[in-house]
Design a protein around this ligand. Sequence first.
Ligand code: C5P
Length: 679
Amino acid sequence: MLEIPFVDLPPLHGASGTAVLPGSKSISNRVLLLAGLAGGETAVHDLLDSDDTRVMLAALKALGCTLRRDGPVLHVGGLGGRLRVHEASLFLGNAGTAMRPLTAALAVLATTQGGRFELRGVPRMHERPIGDLVDALRPLGCRVDDLGQPGYPPLLVHGDAGGRLEIGRPIRVRGDVSSQFLTALLLALPLVAADREVAVEVDGELISRPYVEITLNLLARFGIDVARDGWRRFTIPRGSAYRTPGAIRVEGDASSASYFVALGAIAAGGGAPVRIEGVGLDSIQGDIRFVDAARAMGGDVRGGPGWLEVRRGRWPLEAITLDCNHIPDAAMTLAAMALYARGTTRLTGIASWRVKETDRIAAMAAELRRLGATVVAGDDFVEITAPAPHAWRAASLHTYDDHRMAMCLALAAFNPLAGATPARPVRILDPRCVGKTFPDYFETLFGLAWTPPETVPVITVDGPTASGKGTLAAALAQRLGYHLLDSGALYRATGLAARSAGVALDDEAALARLAARLDLRFDADRVVLRGEDVTDELRLESTGALASRVSAWPAVREALHGLQLAFRRVPGLVADGRDMGTVVFPDAALKVFLTAGSAERAARRHKQLISKGIPATLDDLRADIEARDRRDLNRPVAPLRPAEDALALDNSHLSIDESVERVLGWWDERRPFGTPPAG
Ligand code: C5P
């Protein structure tokens, strides 16, 4: 996951490949609650690991459920309908799918078995209405106290053991603000339906019905067959009791699929499709109907059980007018597709957008306008007209702590396909918010997106040995969410490979052959050479000396050239070495040349080695460093020197953080996004 203040997407030109979707949030949290309420153990497969499921898991644990992880499977030991803990304070983040059903379930349990439960969340959670649910619970005899503003969390639900629930008459709940209130009641009431039938009646038009269908489907999996009379009346039969299915699989998230369906419809134009695995046309999630909307706009979508394949169909896409009541979440993705459509897209029936993670109508309108689109927003609709080719702007887009805003807006980076002239990069602020449902969203998108390598931004950091390039480059890559090329590691690995193959350091042709076939993998923070972890060996001084010998041969440098270029991938690259700015990436957008006196560098290296328990003396190190400098400076090919357009940074008296900030400042001056946000 990108834990950074912003991520910059270069203009993107196409996409293809396979996206494996994380589990559905709506299914995950319902399954967790059902498994927690049922007796016995439920093995949950493919559970989503995200902010919203984490708060649900923490709540279940606090309530005395047992959670046991066994590889990808989570075993949940449920309460069997009996409270084990009678007092708890639960923090539920910004997860509506945890707040609403837990409020209802705990209210019912506290009223009959006694208990005191506080439910709270982040500040935005305390602005999301829950009054309609509270109004449905109080007439049953449930005690629900507002701890803040009436009608909003935080709440206290409490009761004394032996209380009775007034459920002889149908329970009434409003259905026109959020379907989660009905879902919450349907998940809670089977707990008290052992000896009587319980009916729930919906007041007003029920919105987001597909989510209620997910609830009914999962209730059936846990032994509760709810009878439904239209969308007005739901009856839980007498004698109902939760029964675990033993094992259950969470399907991929259909709302998350929408970004990749849109991606295929926009960017899979070259024949190869965007393939989506984890959710298919057999999905129980209502948002799978997004597929119909994407087709109506021009996408070519095929699919089967558990998979979808999407290509461009009509191009440009065509604007549609659609009542989105049946796909409230995925409908946001249509707003992003509208950026690539001819005509004005009108999305109606989206009043519920206003009470989601943020006011999504206002948020979407503001951000699409920043990109250059024309947007008209009303109480329950939005109209979007794509920017003209010259009207696209390089925008720094706010995400409002709303995962769907971030995921939708990233699709704006494909503006070259809409003819944007010039092509525009897109900055997404606070990309971490995707953690709510799809922690690896950006990584997945970058894995599929394609753009000509020369359009991928590169920052080069060159400099002499022990100047702190590696540390600076790694920190920059981390802050920008860019890939990292430690080119020295390639020369070092070639040196190691030569030593273990017994190749002489003056046999240029043999060394070059080794370099060309270098079987090197960078796995997280480990480096693997021919299947062997060489991370530590690579950093040894003796390996550096080997590298400096093999790197002097032109044929070796040539052999490693292509390998280095291959690191230039979306969204960007930070490359460190000796000749990154001069030879390998002469078109880099920012070139930094680090300098620091040899005494200073020797002192740093000394500290580093001593801290690792490796003996070293200052004088030897300095002599070594100077010898290496001489070799790197005087070799006939790619000698160490700053590129003409490099910015020099003498970091002798700068901390690492100061160096990083200096370079990020230079970088931002060259970006078209205006002032970066504070923090
Ligand atoms: O940067 P590092 O100390 O890992 O590099 C080891 C050696 O590899 C350097 O001394 C230099 O001779 C060589 N090298 C190079 N060109 C690069 C990176 C490293 O010649 N781009």
